[in-house]
Design a protein around this ligand. Structure first.
Ligand code: ZN
Length: 234
């Protein structure tokens, strides 16, 4: 038991208090929970139906033999602090923090970010717990390809800059994600991120390019479908 609890802490599960408890509270809190949960489900469905980022990732995973099921692989839950989501590799589930996601655009981004982790998990058999480089690489890819650092998001953060800035944003966000889920020193995290940065930053699968906007993602999705059709004709 102790050992388990300790591991859970190390892997950041303390941020997702509902992960291991089945407790439900009564009264208005439960009502709020239901409302939040319902809203989260509706926004999730909208993302899966309409986001070209999500549709491309789901298609690519399906092709690799990892079919994603909305009810089985997504879970809307309350989370601690300001985390928006997470990928639980032990259950292959994406956690969406219903108490911290209030806008559709935010839901789109979180789902895309976590689907990139799921895609990496499906494609590369990532060793999330023992190989720190794997985690760092997936966080770099998620920050780079999900739109976390896209232009409009950066304007919102009043952080306008040149192209180099995109790389800096990706590095910062990857670091922040790692430090949120692992008990490592900032120094160690920086060292690992820098070691794998170039190869992971340049790995754009399954998009084929960095999707800086919804239009980019739509083009990438269309290309992916065409590629599929081409292979089907062979
Ligand atoms: Zn992440």
């Amino acid at each position: 038991m102790d050992q388990n609890n300790k591991n859970e802490e190390d892997y950041g599960y303390q941020l997702f208090p509902e992960r291991n408890t089945q407790t439900f509270k009564k009264g208005s809190f439960a009502k709020n929970l239901f409302t939040y949960n319902h809203k989260c489900q509706v926004m999730l469905k909208f993302t899966l139906d309409t986001s070209p980022y999500a549709k491309l990732l789901l298609s690519a995973m399906k092709r690799s033999g990892c079919t994603v099921n909305k009810d089985r692989h997504f879970s809307c839950e309350d989370c601690d602090g300001t985390v928006s989501g997470g990928f639980d590799a032990t259950t292959s589930q994406i956690v969406l923090c219903q108490n911290n996601i209030h806008q559709q655009s935010h839901m789109n981004r979180v789902v895309t970010h976590e689907l990139i982790h799921a895609f990496d998990h499906c494609r590369a058999h990532v060793d999330w717990f023992n190989n720190f480089k794997h985690l760092a690489c997936s966080e770099i890819r998620a920050a780079n390809l999900s739109g976390d650092c896209s232009f409009s998001n950066e304007i919102v953060r009043l952080n306008l800059g040149i192209k180099q800035h995109h790389q800096k944003c990706v590095r910062d966000r990857a670091l922040r994600s790692i430090l949120a889920v692992r008990k490592v020193s900032r120094e160690d995290a920086e060292k690992t991120v820098d070691e794998v940065f170039d190869s992971c930053f340049n790995d754009h699968a399954p998009f084929g390019r960095i999707p800086h906007s919804r239009r980019d993602a739509e083009h990438a999705y269309r290309d992916f479908q065409n590629r599929d059709r081409y292979y089907a004709n062979l």
